[in-house]
Design a protein around this ligand. Sequence first.
Ligand code: PMV
Length: 322
Amino acid sequence: MFSSRNRAIGKAHSKLILIGEHAVVYGHPAIALPFPTLTVTCAIEEADSGIHLDSKLYSGPIDQIPKRLKGLAICIHKTIQEIGKHHNGLLLKIESMIPIGRGLGSSAAIAVAIVRSLFQYFNCELSDEKLRELVNIAEIYAHGNPSGIDMESVCCDEPIWFERGKGIASVAIRSSFYLVVADTGRAGDTRSAVGSIKHKLDKSPIQTKQSIDRIGQYTLDARNALIQGNLVQLGLLLNLAQTELEKLGVSDHGINHLVNIARNAGALGAKLTGGGRGGCIIALAENCVQAREISEQLNQNGAKRTWSFKVEETQQFQSITS
Ligand code: PMV
């Protein structure tokens, strides 16, 4: 990160949920990974007066920001209030490679980059705790009832085990693997997907709870598969989680199509990632040749775009925060 009195840059990367989305809202664990290929930066410069945003989403004074982005304006005001230093005016320039509404954590990553850049600009220390507190303001506005997994995973540079209200721990990965991420080209709406499961839970509690509990169990099993380096088992668990996400109604025709293409192209497993109903899928590959073949098939069969990257092995078991 670079800073001087008049300019500062804050960065964040995107994230992928490997397994556990939606069930994580109900207290089950989830596993998330940093997705370093896609990043966002916020560069701050002095302005004559007021606070202005310059981004693909909106450019202009933050007091006139559209309603759907209001969480960012509140987060910026709270952060400046927290820092407590005088300024004449600020221009926040946001450049994001993360497509919006694809389950890749774009809203959390933008908020993280903003908060980091503001602390940098005013030469103030930013604790992990304060970063999370300020980013959460924007996340609550964007998602309604977020579990907090997006915020934690875009703040962290390694795979995390996340349980709502219990903090995060590291995840041991015995064998490296490849993930192919494919974009359906359609934005999902996490807030409404989460709301629809709540509605289902009220209407058909037994079946819905069964699906949620199964995803929780598959996530525990996936952690063991990662520890053992059993990629075939991990792939099977991703497929099983996808079946439950379909039953919960958060998958859709376009997602199912890409999941099938990936599986037929040799993926060990494939599922949606994030809120669903649009957004992205992930496919598990053993090596880079397999990942390339899966990417090609997805690109030729309806994916808007794909990215593939290697998840490196780790051997860490200790808790990062509590
Ligand atoms: O923001 P998304 O689309 O990556 O979804 C986050 C994961 C959910 O479990 C669907 C919601 C949450 O708050 O945990």
